[in-house]
Design a protein around this ligand. Structure first.
Ligand SMILES: [Zn+2]
Length: 537
């Protein structure tokens, strides 16, 4: 009996060529690589809210290789850095996308990570301005390496430009996001003119398709944890803290505000991904294709309603269904043995400080402490600060050099800023700009150094204490605290060995692992191949 089982095992395990020829053949490659991102999903959601899952997220976590201890090792746990890390397999110190936007010292203006004056907006409504691209991204993505070396077709989509572009990189066949002016768009970097099949999709699926709908909980209320109506929750466009939420009428200004803060936009994006698979023949022709879908509503809802809200739980429930439909569609069109999925998030989120026992540190107070300390010691008519961006301080030209040369001023600055109630630590650019800093035993130095790209970051970095935010309302992310760094990391599908893994992993490992699966090499990756997720052959 044992021998029969063993023979059957060998028959099932080894490819025919290996048995006939007596030589090991390389594993069969998938036809489609799929990256699914949930914007702002903490590692604890699939555990804490796991009882709510019935569809796609259940399939991924139950039948995939789930790295439950995965975390970003860096401090800029924000959308643009996160998606670029997922896309390239490298960290911000290398790929250069250090934040969603930063202060450009040359023009003395804020620039978004994707702003590109040399690119034209290509809108599905009316194009009016400069476009977005990966011009500032300093590393290639897996998708663009596949496109160059394997002739892959690349489709990425999200409500956010930085998410679609972070996954696609510098090129792509269909790279599309929902623009600031309430219409889908791409840029001349990716398409000279609107893509015909997507024009057709939009005819059948205007973004007003959810007008007059009411967002109610998809499951019975007793399934949801915590309270619905919590004081600190506030929806945009007049939404209150409690269900139900009215989407409003098509044509009303508030409709777009509501829609882009509801799970309906994620459902829409899931339909769009299915259409891209069909229209672009992804995974069904003689090549390996790339599909990247970043769902943004967990972020929009998380910021305003918080990680314990009924709203975030319901967004999670509906995302589970949306991803389930996408996987079912891939089963049908591409075939379950022909695609492999990477699932992760770009960052987590903090609880409302009012609920977690933390607090809110006013940045005005931080700025005042810096100005009143440094102006008398270093001079500086009209102030020493040129700009701030979150906790990053950009000093006026020459001020940082004078600060470095003045030990007394540096000491006074540290003590003044550290005396503020919500500040954990103040770091200078020089403390985090070296290779030694990136491998420092000091976890804080290391995390900030991995996020630091000289010339783009500030001169000073103010780090809030655990459970403290630098914002006045809602909740947010962007620190090196574990609630921001820890995210789900899952591989699922063809060639993946299911099971929970407890080893360390980062989202940068996903692109590197996928590269090894499809047989391409990423330059200078920070991630590693997650060999324990791969089926032995
Ligand atoms: Zn994000």
């Amino acid at each position: 009996m044992k021998r029969v089982v063993l023979a059957l095992f060998l028959l099932l395990t080894f490819p025919i060529a290996a048995r006939v020829g007596g030589q090991a053949s390389p594993p069969a490659k998938p036809k489609l690589v799929v990256f699914i991102i949930a914007d702002q999903m903490r590692a604890d959601y699939p555990v804490r809210y796991g009882n709510l899952l019935e569809h796609g997220l259940k399939r991924l976590t139950k039948n995939g290789a789930w790295f439950r201890n995965a975390a970003y090792p860096y401090s800029s746990t924000i959308t643009c850095p996160g998606h670029t890390t997922i896309g390239t397999g490298t960290f911000p110190y290398r790929h250069g996308m250090i934040n969603n936007a930063w202060f450009d010292r040359e023009t003395e203006k804020a620039v978004t990570c994707n702003a590109d004056p040399d690119s034209q907006e290509v809108s599905y409504a009316t194009s009016v301005g400069a476009g977005d691209s990966a011009k500032r991204m300093l590393m290639p993505t897996l998708a663009e390496v596949m496109r160059a070396e394997l002739k892959s077709r690349v489709a990425t989509m999200s409500m956010k430009a930085r998410s679609a572009i972070g996954l696609a990189g510098h090129t792509g066949d269909f790279v599309t996001w929902f623009g600031d002016r309430g219409a889908w768009e791409t840029s001349s970097t990716y398409a000279a003119t609107p893509v015909p099949w997507f024009i057709g999709f939009l005819k059948g699926n205007p973004v007003t398709r959810d007008a007059d709908k009411v967002w109610e909980r998809a499951l019975p209320v007793e399934k949801y944890q915590f309270e619905d109506d919590v004081e600190f929750e506030r929806g945009a466009g007049g939404w209150t803290a409690a269900f139900p939420h009215q989407l409003g009428r098509a044509g009303d200004a508030a409709y777009t505000q509501h829609w882009t803060q509801s799970p309906f936009a994620d459902t829409y994006l899931g339909d769009m991904a299915q259409a891209a698979v069909d229209e672009m023949h992804l995974g069904t022709e003689d090549r390996i294709d790339f599909l990247g879908v970043s769902f943004s509503m967990t972020d929009a809802v998380g910021h305003t309603f918080g990680p314990r809200s009924h709203e975030i739980q319901d967004t999670f429930v509906r995302l589970d269904a949306t991803i389930g439909r996408l996987l079912d569609h891939l089963d049908k069109t591409v075939g379950p043995d022909n695609y492999v999925v990477a699932f992760t998030a770009d960052h987590g989120v903090a609880d409302f400080p009012e609920l977690s026992g933390g607090g809110r540190q006013s940045m005005a107070a931080v700025r005042a402490a810096i100005e009143t300390t440094l102006q008398p010691l270093l001079g500086g008519e009209g102030g020493v600060i040129a700009a701030t961006n979150g906790g990053e301080i950009y000093l006026k030209p020459g001020v940082y050099d004078r600060l470095k040369a003045n030990a007394e001023a540096t000491k006074a600055l540290r003590s003044a800023v550290s005396a503020l109630p919500g500040v954990m630590r103040l770091l200078t650019a020089d403390e985090v700009s070296s290779a030694e800093a990136r491998s420092s035993k000091d976890r804080v130095i290391k995390a900030v150094a991995l996020s630091f790209y000289a010339g783009r970051n500030g001169d000073l970095m103010v780090l809030p204490k655990e459970n403290w935010l630098l914002t006045a309302t809602g909740t947010t992310h962007g620190t090196l605290q574990s609630y921001d760094q820890r995210v789900p990391v899952v591989l699922y599908g063809a060639g993946i060995q299911p099971g929970v893994r407890n080893e360390d992993a980062t989202p940068a490992d996903l692109a590197v692992t996928m590269a090894s699966i499809v047989g391409v090499r990423l330059p200078s990756p920070d991630g590693r191949v997650l060999t324990s997720a791969l089926k032995k052959r």
